[in-house]
Design a protein around this ligand. Structure first.
Ligand code: FE2
Length: 266
């Protein structure tokens, strides 16, 4: 078995080391670098009128995902995790759809890929299994995608994108197409928007920190976030969305920093 080539392992590892959360602390922020390869176009099913997405195939995918989540002992025991994962999945699917529209990818295929990117959360990862969840999600998705009737080449592209979305590594041979890279890009874009500001602050115990610790924390966050502004993405559309959302994210922390600076004296 040949593993996918990692193009910028040092950069990826440095970014990951710098900003990853542990799973125990909440929802990890994992990054990967992207690279452009010739685009491949999908061949998803029929569409009516002005509809640019095959609703029937998307509905089938939603049912598949929800049935696995519903049957999952882990998610039954952790209903808040189920709710978060499903909501995050829909946000990623909507971001993926935006990227697909801008880049001319097949919207149905991109939405399906994004809906399934975290399907492996139906399983309990244990203490060490989290980093495998992209590769595991691809394994779960592949037979379903074949059942949907997608051509094998499209199944491969979708599965490759799902497999590499966590740590940029697949356990099967594949190509880093812009389509495949877009799955992880959509995931990362959702990690840096309004929802995650709140979640991150709660997860890191910001509210309980003394003032000086708060200031140091916020200044540190701003520095790290600025360093991510030019992170490479698989497409120009993803880069634009990334920079828009990250700019907002940074602006929030800059305003918070200013507020903290006026919290000591008059
Ligand atoms: Fe994921």
């Amino acid at each position: 078995m040949r593993f996918a080539k990692r193009e910028e392992p040092n950069r990826v590892n440095a970014l990951r080391k710098e900003i990853n959360d542990t799973r125990a602390a909440g929802n990890p922020e994992v990054f990967k670098a992207g690279s452009k390869k010739p685009q491949t176009h999908g061949t998803a099913g029929s569409r009516g009128g002005n509809e640019t997405m095959n609703r029937e195939m998307v509905k089938k995918t939603e049912r598949f995902l929800k049935e696995l989540f519903d049957a999952s002992p882990f998610m039954t025991a952790h209903p808040e995790d189920r709710a978060y994962r499903l909501e995050h999945t829909y946000r990623v699917a909507n971001i993926g759809r935006q990227i697909a529209q801008a880049e001319g990818f097949d919207e149905t295929e991109m939405v399906i890929a994004c809906l399934l990117h975290d399907v492996s959360y139906c399983e309990d990862f244990g203490e060490t299994g989290w980093k495998e969840h992209g590769r595991r999600a691809a394994q779960i998705a592949r037979p379903f995608l074949r059942e949907l009737g997608l051509p094998e080449e499209r199944v491969q592209d979708i599965c490759y994108g799902i497999a590499i979305h966590v740590d940029d590594v697949a356990d099967f041979e594949g190509e880093r197409t812009p389509f495949a890279l877009s799955v992880g890009d959509a995931d990362n874009i959702d990690r840096f928007d309004a929802y995650r500001i709140h979640e991150r602050l709660c997860g890191d115990g910001f509210r309980e920190m003394p003032l000086e610790e708060k200031s140091a924390y916020v200044t540190g966050r701003i520095g790290k976030l600025r360093g991510l502004m030019n992170l490479e993405m698989g497409t120009a559309a993803a880069k634009k969305l990334w920079q828009e959302r990250l700019s907002f994210y940074i602006l929030f922390y800059e305003k918070l920093e200013a507020q903290l600076n006026s919290s000591r004296e008059v």
